[in-house]
Design a protein around this ligand. Structure first.
Ligand SMILES: C[S@@+](CC[C@H](N)C(=O)[O-])C[C@H]1O[C@@H](n2cnc3c(N)ncnc32)[C@H](O)[C@@H]1O
Length: 311
């Protein structure tokens, strides 16, 4: 079968919204080529050094490739994608020069393409994420999250996700109730459950993410702790919790700071990630205006995460 490869060279900041647009347009697989992966320390527990070829990567920014079946709707789909990507400029998202290319490829070329970039990776002192197709023997005390992100965001290796998992690892002592807003593949909810949370609610607006999270929750055998639900941010969610974690873009976070404050117990923690450095002050201000005290600010590559406490 013939497939069309849609590729766009853009910025780190635009990565997540562009991936969402591609998924929503029905992409049957999205590959991200980020030059930072070349300098990352990938695990080599079995003496296997993961060979990533610089030829596969752009020198700066990220290359996002999405695959669509070649059919009569293709031209419209591509036009819609281009329009939606242009629309991100209205949200002040830097697209870089966003050069777009469309080529035809064979099925075999893409079916396994993205898997070569995705390897077991230790993301916090106790958690290692491994793709479902990799053999991995954990050492004593090491917790494993097995993931098949499918079409949802959340391989677990993106800096914004890693910052959230590290914060969860520090905050969860056991028995907490956690809400994960924008769960994607479910990775943060699974991490929270494995770290000892008593109850986790995983929310996402996108049904593709909800399905992927449900699958991964079962795969990791945490379905008794984690419930997954299609929901817009915290709208209509009742009760209280100890931790809200959200790895969503800065402009979305500032929209629901008040709702997070309302649902958190006194002294509860709000972990927010997905914030590109130049929007750090907007989120800091929104957190302070929402009555939070900022406990920790952590950065990785171009990204920032806050751990804030409700008063
Ligand atoms: C950057 S991904 C994070 C995925 C995962 N939590 C992680 O850390 O890797 C953001 C997720 O938020 C979801 N999202 C965006 N806007 C949302 C909204 N208004 N309500 C719920 N989820 C939303 C997207 O569908 C996407 O799955």
């Amino acid at each position: 079968m013939k497939w069309s490869e849609f590729s766009i060279h853009t910025t780190e900041e635009a990565l997540e919204p562009v991936c969402n647009i591609l998924h929503e347009a029905g992409a049957s697989g999205v590959v991200i080529e980020d030059p930072k992966d070349l300098v990352k320390e990938w695990g080599d527990r079995f003496g296997e050094i993961y060979q990533l070829s610089p030829d596969d990567y752009p020198e700066e920014g990220v290359m996002i490739k999405a695959y669509f079946p070649v059919n009569s709707f293709l031209a419209e789909t591509v036009d819609e994608i281009k329009e939606s990507i242009k629309g991100l400029l209205d949200y002040d998202i830097d697209l870089g020069h966003h050069k777009i290319q469309l080529i035809e490829v064979d099925e075999e070329e893409w079916a396994t393409a993205w898997k070569k970039y995705y390897k077991p990776i230790k993301v916090s002192s106790s958690i290692t994420i491994t793709p479902t197709w990799e053999e991995y023997q954990p050492s004593e005390g090491e917790m494993i999250i097995e993931l098949d992100p499918g079409m949802a965001f959340g391989t677990g290796t993106h800096p914004t996700t890693v910052l959230c998992i590290q914060a969860l690892d520090k905050l969860i002592q056991g028995g907490e109730e956690v809400i994960d807003v924008g769960t994607g593949s479910g990775v943060l909810s699974i991490a929270a459950a494995k770290l000892g949370a008593k109850k986790v609610m995983a929310l996402d607006l996108d049904y593709v993410a909800v399905e992927s999270a449900q699958l991964n929750v079962k795969l990791n055998d945490v379905q008794d702790v984690v419930s997954v639900k299609e929901n817009n941010l915290l709208e209509g969610i009742e009760g209280t919790c100890d931790i809200v974690v959200a790895n969503i873009l800065a402009e979305v976070i500032v929209r629901f700071v008040q709702d997070a404050a309302a649902i958190l117990k006194p002294n509860g923690a709000f972990i927010t990630s997905g914030i590109i450095k130049r929007k750090k002050e907007d989120v800091r201000q929104a957190l302070i205006d929402g009555g939070f005290t900022i406990e920790e600010v952590v950065e990785m590559e171009d990204w920032v995460a806050f751990v804030a406490r409700r008063g």
